[in-house]
Design a protein around this ligand. Structure first.
Ligand SMILES: [Zn+2]
Length: 504
């Protein structure tokens, strides 16, 4: 897949440009500036840039200060470069217990209550199948059941899906349904293929989600919600047969609070009188996972900071560098420069922008997103989504001119395309790709740093960082200058969304 002859050609135009002061500004970016950005963003003082924490806000302020220095315009409707986003942070109870007939379940061991506090409630349990109601199809698992004041037990997921995604996506609606029916608790039966310890370590920590726009989440009544790893004592069987089983529940220390973060956005106006009404969207997430237990990986008292130099300090610096180069020598189309928050919590910042765009998505022609797990080969830029949007030749030109080569679609088993912010825009129809530091596959070099406390600024190849940033800026320019717009190739899974968005 490597394209050797491009390497040979790459040196010629590179020297031609660098010796000519008329070359576009990406050729004049300096190693010292890209290095300084990364050393700041990935410093210990920013504490892993966890969404909503001070380090995350300082990183956002730093990016905004760069945009201001470059003279970027603010987006319509905003006073500054911040697009504020309200998150809701939920911490599971510290202690909880659940009794079904004579069997005891204890928080952590075989019980994981995620939300809600309860004193020692004594009531009955009722089995509600999936606990699902679908008005369109008329499906109602609660039909004929009296669950008022009772604890309901359900199968995981919905009648239509029991895979992890369906289970995850149905959690909130199932709680709402149980609450509306008058139940005091909903407990799902743990019948997943994933080991219980993985499930527990994923959920048993502070979890953030986008806040409900209906109003402050704090005023909402929570029912107790969680999971049991059922014991083989016949109780669930009896419930499924419609028999009555006594149950009690206790849960203490659950908290819910509001957390503020922000996307950072600036606009560069295009130079072409017609094409400037079209926007190239550049993105990179600037948040990371924080410190200690929140980081999700191994840590020690000596080093508990997940610095995120690679993930996604490098992409953020590439974004800042492109903002600089494209604001000095403006391309034909306009450019939206968007540093998103909340990526590590589930692509939340980009999802928020895709739902609340500040310029119409219909006029947003492409999303060039920089993200990555790290790098293991500095002769490459890896491109996830290569071959899918008609931009391959522009990508190769943008990358080759800095002596690098394109590595197309590394680690297909990792499903990387759908694991970063580009998917928030692709699913709306905007052609999108991921611009990734040289990764040829997920090997030891990648896993040594990926979401580890070792992802420090001292371990970065700064010669490579400069080239990576230049290649990102150059590629952005080529796409923004090109006569024709990128398009999903025929049969791509996002082609239909694209046709709906652009009305083709
Ligand atoms: Zn990450």
């Amino acid at each position: 897949m490597k394209i050797f002859w491009f390497i040979l050609l790459a040196g010629i135009p590179f020297f031609a440009f660098t010796q000519n002061s008329g070359a576009p500004a990406e050729f004049r970016l300096e190693k010292s500036e890209t290095e300084a950005h990364l050393r700041f963003l990935a410093s210990d003082e920013l504490q892993g840039r966890r969404t909503g924490e001070m380090g995350n806000n300082i990183a956002a302020r730093y990016i905004a200060a760069q945009f201001e220095a470059f003279g970027l315009q603010t987006a319509p409707g905003l006073e500054g470069y911040f697009q504020p986003i309200v998150f809701e942070a939920v911490t599971p109870p510290r202690t909880a217990s659940f009794t079904l007939n004579k069997t005891n379940y204890t928080q952590g061991d075989n019980l994981l209550i995620l939300t809600g506090n309860a004193d020692n409630l004594k009531t009955e349990a009722v089995f509600v199948n999936f606990g699902w109601v679908d008005k369109e199809s008329g499906h109602d698992d609660y039909q004929g059941l009296d669950v008022k004041g009772k604890i309901v037990l359900s199968l995981p997921g919905t009648p239509d899906g029991q895979d992890p995604m369906s289970i995850f996506n149905s959690m909130k609606k199932k709680q709402k349904l149980a609450r509306e029916k008058g139940a005091i608790a909903l407990i799902e039966l743990y019948r997943l293929q994933i080991p219980w310890v993985f499930f527990r370590s994923f959920f048993d920590k502070e979890n953030l989600s986008l806040a409900d726009e209906a109003g402050p989440a704090a005023s909402r009544q929570d029912i107790v919600y969680g999971w049991v790893k059922e014991e083989k004592d016949g109780n669930v069987q009896r419930l499924q047969e419609g028999k009555k089983v006594k149950a009690s529940l206790m849960s203490k220390g659950f908290t819910r609070h509001t957390v503020n973060s922000q996307n950072v956005i600036g606009i560069i106006e295009g130079t072409d009188p017609e094409l400037k009404d079209e926007y190239l969207l550049l993105t990179a997430h600037y948040d990371h996972v924080g410190t200690g237990k929140n980081g999700g990986g191994a840590y020690t008292p000596q080093d508990s900071i997940f610095n995120g130099a690679r993930d996604n300090g490098m992409g953020t610096v590439a974004l800042i560098s492109a903002a600089k180069a494209l604001s000095i020598d403006r391309p034909r189309r306009s450019v939206i420069v968007l540093a998103v928050t909340g990526e590590e919590l589930g692509l939340l910042g980009s999802q928020y922008y895709a739902e609340h765009p500040l310029l119409p998505l219909k006029e947003t022609i492409f999303n060039l997103n920089s993200d990555g797990a790290g790098y293991n080969d500095v002769s490459y830029v890896s491109v996830v989504g290569f071959g899918r949007t008609g931009t391959d030749a522009l990508l190769e030109a943008g990358v080759n001119i800095f002596g690098l080569d394109v590595f197309p679609n590394p680690a297909p088993e990792q499903n990387l395309f759908d694991r970063s912010d580009n998917v928030s825009f692709a699913s709306k129809g905007v052609p999108a790709i991921q611009f990734v530091p040289g990764t040829t596959g997920f090997d030891e070099t990648i896993s040594k740093y990926y979401h580890q406390v070792t992802d420090n600024p001292d371990t970065i190849d700064y010669d490579y960082l400069l080239k990576f940033c230049q290649a990102f800026a150059r590629t952005a320019r080529l796409i923004a200058d090109e006569n024709s717009r990128p398009q999903w190739v025929k049969g791509d899974k996002y082609e239909k969304a694209g046709m709906e968005l652009y009305g083709e």
